[in-house]
Design a protein around this ligand. Structure first.
Ligand code: SF4
Ligand code: SF4
Length: 107
């Protein structure tokens, strides 16, 4: 049985057993993240250590460049800590949100 978001609890399998692999793709776990990794591609050497260490498989390769899958990145910061050239910085989601939509607190 595939567990999907919004499934009523009465329809969950006994013991919450996950018997279909890959079901986590359906859940956008990134929506409760408090910090997000941002990659500076000018610094990135393509060593792939971030990809190798991400516990959520949230780093993808597109057109030969690393990219974050923000739907599934939980913001743990492991990628930033292993990057040998410090190409990844962790930014507070609240600040990102302010920058996207403008802040009331700006002078
Ligand atoms: S912050 Fe954590 S979950 Fe997100 S991409 Fe980096 S290692 Fe993966
Ligand atoms: S660990 Fe850093 S340098 Fe290596 S691929 Fe990831 S972002 Fe690029």
């Amino acid at each position: 049985m595939q567990i999907k978001p919004g499934l009523p609890w009465k329809e969950l399998p006994l013991g919450g057993v996950i018997d279909v692999p890959g079901s986590s793709v359906e859940f956008h776990t990134g929506d409760w993240r408090s910090s997000r990794p941002v990659i500076d591609l000018n610094k990135c050497t393509g060593c792939m250590l971030c990809w190798l260490n991400c516990p959520d498989n949230a780093i993808k390769i597109k057109n030969g460049k690393v990219e974050i899958d923000y739907d599934h990145c939980k913001g743990c910061g492991l990628c930033a800590s292993v990057c040998p050239v410090k190409a990844i910085s962790m930014r507070r989601e609240a600040l990102e949100e302010e920058e996207r939509h403008g802040s009331k607190h700006k002078p």
